[in-house]
Design a protein. Sequence first.
Length: 208
Amino acid sequence: MVFNSFVFLIFLSIVYPLYLLSQKYLKLQNWILLIASCVFYGSWDWRFLILMFVSITADFICGIKIEESDSLAGRKLFLTISLLINLFILGFFKYFNFFTSSLEHFLEWGGIGLHFRYLHVILPIGISFYTFEAMSYVFGIYKREVKATRSFCDYALFVTYFPHLVAGPIMRAKDLLPQIESPRPLKIANFYEGCHLIFWGLFQKVAV
């Protein structure tokens, strides 16, 4: 699903009214946005949702553990665990074939003719964006810049929020997470500004 498509228009025409109808219920709003973001991302390949939620779950737990740790060693331990999980996922899917090919050529140069298996899978869309965003969250907690959220829904929405999930920008937790955790009353000025930004962006993407 891409933003300049008829499918996305249908998607948005369903999600936004549901969002407006749940104005008085922040948790329900966030669940609607989270489910919508999962549908948006899963429309490419639902299996990549599993991979993304492995990262989300690991960082959610590690974030709490980092905040609760009294010792610097404990904070570093859970920060390291989070980073290793995220970097392994990113490195495996994005660079596995590159390093495998490089190793084959290096061995051939040394007279060793070995052939390795390659990873025949499409690179998960937006993996770099959500991986670095998740890493910025745990770094923010480690540096005491942000508090670890106790709501799995809120954190998952921070990572998966569909307007920036596949094309960025990478959002910092201290900027976006407070907006997710706080009530968002509808203001007509914000609505007009949002429409202006959407249509101007659509014009730039399609016409320019």
